[in-house]
Design a protein around this ligand. Structure first.
Ligand SMILES: [Zn+2]
Length: 155
């Protein structure tokens, strides 16, 4: 595994342990060339997914990108990170089991909303209210990156 800091390909695994209730292996890695430390996850990948965006463009499914969107809607919610990881793994497993390699971004957004609705209502509303206002889920990342944290209001 190439070091993300200096590009050295000869990095060492310092520690491996199961994560996310044994659906992943988490490895702590160390780069002897620059002293950098980083973490990798090993997961079963049943098939390579391709996302079809609303403008028709295709791109490889990007799990970290999905994680970022979900974590943003989960900010300051009383849900353990481990539970969120499991939810994301569940979403990915569902996508992989759909029998199609190509999946519309809209379809992915709907599956995410369904999963969020079960885990945390506030996170669901946050995700859904932003998602539904955009034609493409791709705009979601851009939108939330421009948001500033706001005081919660109950009305
Ligand atoms: Zn390095």
């Amino acid at each position: 595994m190439r070091c993300p800091f200096c590009g050295n390909v000869d990095t060492q695994v310092k520690d491996s342990r199961p994560a996310e209730d044994h659906v992943a292996i988490r490895r702590r890695r160390f780069c002897p060339a620059c002293g950098g430390r980083f973490t990798t996850y090993e997961r079963v990948q049943l098939r390579d997914l391709v996302v079809i965006k609303s403008n028709g463009r295709r791109e490889d499914f990007d799990r970290p990108k999905l994680e970022r969107s979900v974590r943003i809607s989960m900010q300051k919610r009383p849900v353990e990170p481990e539970r969120v990881d499991q939810m994301i793994s569940g979403i990915v497993r569902r996508l992989e089991s759909m029998g199609e390699t190509d999946i519309g971004s809209k379809q992915i957004g709907e599956i995410v909303m369904e999963a969020l609705a079960r885990i945390d209502t506030v996170a669901y509303v946050r995700f859904a209210s932003v998602y539904k206002n955009f034609q493409a889920a791709d705009d979601f990342d851009k939108f939330v990156s421009e948001l500033r944290p706001q005081a919660p209001s109950d009305d």
